[in-house]
Ligand binder design. Sequence first.
Ligand code: HEC
Length: 154
Amino acid sequence: MKKVLVPVTALVLVTAAATWGAMQALTLPANLADFRHVGSLVIPDKASPLFGIHHFYLNDQGMAAFPNSGPYPEGTIFVGKVYEADDQEGALNEGKMRFYTYMEKSSKRSDTGGWLFAAFSPEGKLLDKDVKKECFDCHAPQKDADYVFSKALK
Ligand code: HEC
């Protein structure tokens, strides 16, 4: 019995390590400056984990699908830049950068709608998040728009 269990445990560990390794290797796109701004969102509630001014950017791969709200092709990436919302005498302006949000279309992520969800620190370090609970569950009702909230503005 032991002989069977050991390789199975080893396999599970190797798979878990490979998944964690792949996540660790995840970085912000090097060509982020080439992404197009497709929308913004302000969450003024300081108690919300998503407090701040969010600006959303989309890469070339997703651009053709954006006016129809998906479906998005493999390799589509949305990045959100999140700043503190500074109230300057009634005008909300970007303050300190808080974090980045990230969604990449990947057929390997069937448990989160075919998107890899992630968040990065302002320095670009991958943050440790339970993305299914902290991200996907809120995006899930957007299924008809391929789990994407942002829509082309008229
Ligand atoms: C409480 C709901 C909620 C949670 C939780 C949430 N989001 Fe979103 N997310 C939104 C909304 C609302 C928008 C876009 C609003 C708009 O401009 O239309 C959005 C937009 C985005 C976008 C741009 C693409 C799109 O869907 O419009 C990315 C990328 C993103 N979120 C990633 C994340 C990540 C990563 C997490 C977890 C760390 C997360 N979100 C958690 C509600 C949520």
